[in-house]
Design a protein around this ligand. Structure first.
Ligand code: DAH
Length: 362
């Protein structure tokens, strides 16, 4: 054991000496290892007396060698630093007999990879990528997209509320960064969807507008295989003259086919969202059973995937756009859901589990 410790400290000294650039640093190192009372090498030498008597001569010899080598290294480096020769010469203490250090290569999280893929496809169709705050005013998250305080849709999107008294503090600290929080007379919330970016994007860029807003979203709900309190969505918004449902269908199909493959079909059916009129739910053909019917698609051969619709005139107006001249479509889907469809992943909780057995597969 002690023998190992001596080996280790020798390597540490070598490493630290290689990084030493000044005499002051060298002096500090000298104290760290050789100080009479607290020097790390001194302390190790003191431990020798606790070793079984028969072992002592052997350990003593190792200790002496390490100490001698360390002293020599210090002296050599000191001389180099004094004569200005510095670090090229320090590298001469490189010991080729020591095993190399393995560099662990990391990788991008699967959700980051998927987000980038979706972004590439959309940029290819002339969409720009926009961003919005995760800590959002209640106004942009709800009121601005046509969900007033009394609206039942608020119950479906319960989230985490930040107390009013903290708003001024937060306002101060967020004013300087890109995402200015405005309308701070309302409470702050962790955004429940990426739809909070719709009005922000119209205000900032005007029309015509073609953008997607990928990002993290939150809900206050119990987790299970299909629900997480923290997840990711991709919002899409296109506003121009004469935009129709046909434009939505074309754009959306292009995204799905590019990411999931040409075999996937989409189906549009009526659905209600306060920020669109008409609104729809978009289903994907079930990847697992290919139309045969299975548990995942509840034997319907379709899986619910995305909310969408034609942007509600109220939302256009709030964004400063004249609904008599312009129309647009919007959609929002879950990035986790898309990834689950592509790889046949059956539990959303895996994404943030930090389980390397899962993450290393991508
Ligand atoms: N924001 C909705 C949700 O999180 C999804 C959605 C539905 C987004 C319809 C849209 C839309 O842009 O038009 O449930």
């Amino acid at each position: 054991m002690l023998q190992e410790k001596f080996k280790k400290i020798k390597q540490e000294i070598i490493d630290e000496l290689q990084r030493t650039k000044t005499l002051e640093q060298l002096d500090d190192l000298q104290k760290k290892y050789f100080s009479r009372t607290a020097g790390e090498l001194t302390k190790l030498v003191k431990e020798i007396k606790n070793v079984a008597e028969a072992e002592r001569p052997k350990i003593g010899k190792i200790a002496n060698e390490v100490k001698k080598e360390a002293v020599e290294m210090f002296e050599r480096i000191k001389k180099n630093l004094e004569t200005g020769k510095q670090s090229q010469d320090n590298s001469r203490i490189f010991d080729p007999t020591i095993p190399g250090k393995k560099e662990e290569a990391g990788r991008l999280h699967i959700l980051t990879q998927m987000r980038r893929e979706v972004e590439d496809v959309c940029v290819g169709m002339g969409f720009m990528i926009v961003d919005g705050p995760e800590l959002e005013s209640e106004w942009y998250n709800f009121e601005a997209v046509n969900v007033p305080a009394w609206h039942p849709a608020r119950d479906m999107q319960d989230t985490f509320y930040i107390k009013k008294s903290r708003n001024q503090e937060i306002k101060k600290s967020t004013d300087q960064d890109n995402h200015k929080l405005t309308n701070l007379d309302t409470n702050l919330v962790l955004r429940t969807h990426t739809s909070n970016v719709q009005v922000r994007a119209m205000e900032k860029y005007g029309v015509p507008l073609r953008c997607i807003a990928p990002g993290r979203t939150y809900r206050n709900e119990a987790t299970d295989a299909r629900h997480e309190h923290t997840f990711h969505q991709v919002e899409g918004l296109m506003v121009d003259k004469n935009i129709s449902i046909a434009n939505f269908k074309a754009v959306f199909d292009a995204i799905v086919k590019a990411i999931l493959g040409a075999d996937f079909k989409t189906r549009i059916r009526p659905g209600y969202f306060p920020f669109v009129e008409p609104g729809f739910e978009v289903d994907l053909s079930c990847a697992l059973c290919q139309g045969q019917g299975c548990r995942v698609c509840k034997h319907t051969s379709w899986v619910e995937f995305c909310g969408a619709g034609m942007v509600h005139p109220n939302v256009l107006k709030t964004g400063g756009v004249d609904p008599k001249k312009y129309s647009g479509f919007a959609f929002g889907f879950g990035l986790e859901r898309l990834t689950m469809m592509r790889y046949g992943i059956n539990d959303i909780r895996l994404f943030h589990s930090g389980d390397l057995r899962f993450l290393r597969q991508f």
